[in-house]
Design a protein around this ligand. Sequence first.
Ligand SMILES: NC(=O)c1ccc[n+]([C@@H]2O[C@H](COP(=O)([O-])OP(=O)(O)OC[C@H]3O[C@@H](n4cnc5c(N)ncnc54)[C@H](O)[C@@H]3O)[C@@H](O)[C@H]2O)c1
Ligand SMILES: [Zn+2]
Length: 361
Amino acid sequence: MLITVDLGERSYPIEIEQQILPQIGVRLSELTKGRQAAVITDDHVGSLYGQIVLDSLAKAGFETFCYTIKAGEESKTFAMSETILSQLLQHQFHRDCTIIALGGGVVGDLAGFCASIYQRGVNFIQIPTSLLAQVDSSVGGKVAVNHALGKNMIGSFYQPKAVWIDLDTLSTLPERHWRNGMAEVIKYGMIVDRDFFAFLKEHSAAINCREKTAVTEMIARCCQLKAQVVAKDEQERGLRAKLNFGHTFGHGLEIASHFDYLHGEAIAIGMVLASLFACEQKMCTQAVIDELRTLLQNFHLPVAMEKALSLDDVLAGMALDKKVTQGSWVLILPQAVGQVEIVNGITQDKVRNFLESKVKS
Ligand SMILES: NC(=O)c1ccc[n+]([C@@H]2O[C@H](COP(=O)([O-])OP(=O)(O)OC[C@H]3O[C@@H](n4cnc5c(N)ncnc54)[C@H](O)[C@@H]3O)[C@@H](O)[C@H]2O)c1
Ligand SMILES: [Zn+2]
């Protein structure tokens, strides 16, 4: 299945198929004249799929090397990007080289960031292997590393030349990370596509068993929706902000829990909180909250704060969000399933009062 992200000269394909990994070398030959390709991966994904990709590149005549990071968010740092850039220089990789991200969102964001600055920008290919990366982070060109003072605070917009989604890789994804990706999937239904929300409800059992037909359709719909949004608003000046539904509350929860909550888990709760907040503002009805909660629970995602978190920490985490400016918060709030609005000018006190009432009740 082929989806195009339409960005004029920088347009690129998202290909969703089985058995892509053994063909990476041939596919890359069709995209670039350069003969050097660096594979960035993590120790989980690298041990499963690294060799297949390296063999395929070597067979197609590429000079390659692989750099493997320790799996997990802690590796997504500026220091790690410097190590990777040094490796590229030591291997004498030229401006026409390609950087391939083989892994989840951590590898994609980090490798993309390196590709965006190495010799002022080199070819970048995304091979996302987690569900979250396949439906969200590999598409749209946001690349970044974390800083001790904030997540994703150092980064840029840098589009890949192609996104190759090999569905076979999902067979080894651990269950918790599968569920994690489902939160972002449900988000698309909530923000722009009521029919997709209904599809997820109807096919919950099949998707939970990772049944191929349902999963393929699901991933393709997410990529289509994200591609449409990115094509209209690449640099997040308006519409693209809707993709952050649940994320301001979610970031607060991630930070306050010291990342005990995975991103998707925090976003699941964040979407419920945003909906409760919207309901209090009379923007949506209780039925919207009920529908969202039921669907999240179908996919075994949390729907309320379960951990004893400090409210101050949650608010401080929310205030670090890039969409918050001093004194005035922007929240993405639902009006109905499939429709959200960007609401400006919300005061921190209003959010604090709301959260206090949720903690007490
Ligand atoms: N750039 C964006 O637009 C964007 C959007 C959303 C999230 N993100 C970023 O993405 C990151 C989270 O991504 P993630 O959830 O993929 O995390 P991740 O990259 O840490 O992957 C999750 C875990 O699954 C493992 N894994 C991945 N694919 C596997 C496979 N096929 N088989 C076995 N194990 C596999 C990884 O090794 C890791 O342990 C965060 O850093 C977040 O900030 C970026
Ligand atoms: Zn997200």
